[in-house]
Design a protein around this ligand. Structure first.
Ligand SMILES: [Zn+2]
Length: 263
């Protein structure tokens, strides 16, 4: 997806502005009244433009993890808006004001965001959940049709984190950190050529891309039905991978290995 164009997704009593940045990253603004939070600001400029155009006061930067392409805009945004920075309490979050962890809550306007710990991609990776809007920001843990690479965690840890997210309501909207939907669903379709819902979803995603629309959000229901990384505990995937009788974490590890070789 080209950067430079933003998209809106309304929630109940709030709005999400989807801001494509750095070629294939998604940054976001959660807008609640005249207040906002920026999730994973990889580049300050397009977010400042949106804040200005909409007359919003930025209260928080919410970082899911410390990778450069999720925090690079922190310091400029903080300097320009006076916002506070929340994120995992690791050493590499620029301008961190408040270390948060699983179970913590933050307020944006009148909205309450819950922090969910999802280690795996990094040791201290966090997701942010807005129950009132049924919205979830998943960073590099859960992607549309896929999941993040295991950079600082093992497969059992990542499977546990994905399983935690899968327990949220089916209607939960998933706003992920990268635009990898097409290649993820191509991998899923190759893995399960006899699974019509995966193919239908790939066709829908390719249509969105052709039309210049955002590939986010998805819903957890869609992910649970078609994302192989949330389905490592299904007999059909176990059999497909020749791992019948193995644990879901073993199946997940094999899936992740194959995806790493795929792209
Ligand atoms: Zn990352």
């Amino acid at each position: 997806m080209k950067t430079g164009r933003c998209f809106e997704h309304p929630l109940r009593d709030a709005l999400v502005v989807i801001v494509p940045v750095l070629g294939d990253n998604f940054s976001y603004l959660l807008v609640a009244g005249d207040r906002a939070a920026a999730v994973d600001p990889a580049d300050a400029a397009p977010l400042l433009e949106q804040l200005d155009a909409r007359g919003l006061k930025l209260e928080w930067i919410l970082n899911t993890h410390h990778h450069f392409d999720h925090v690079a805009g922190n310091e400029e945004l903080k300097a320009r808006t006076g916002c506070r920075v929340a994120g995992p309490g690791c050493a590499h979050i620029p301008g961190l004001d408040q270390a948060v962890a699983d179970g913590d809550r933050l307020s944006v306007g009148r909205q309450t965001i819950e922090v969910i710990g999802t280690p795996g991609h990094t040791r201290s990776h966090l997701c942010y959940y807005l129950p009132s809007g049924a919205a979830l920001w998943t960073g590099d843990t859960l992607f549309t049709g896929g999941c993040g690479r295991l950079i600082e965690g093992g497969s059992a840890t990542m499977w546990g984190s994905l399983h935690t997210l899968a327990m949220l309501p089916d209607e939960t909207l998933v706003f992920c950190g990268h635009d990898y939907a097409e290649e993820n669903l191509q991998f899923a379709a190759l893995l399960q050529p006899d699974h019509p819902a995966i193919h239908q979803r790939l066709v829908r995603i390719q249509a969105l891309i052709r039309e210049g629309k955002a590939t986010v959000p998805s819903t957890l229901a869609e992910e649970k039905a078609t994302n192989p990384f949330l389905r490592a505990d299904t007999p059909e995937l176990m059999q497909r991978l020749g791992l019948a009788g193995k644990s879901a974490a073993d199946v997940f590890a094999e899936l992740r290995h194959r995806k790493d070789l795929f792209a």
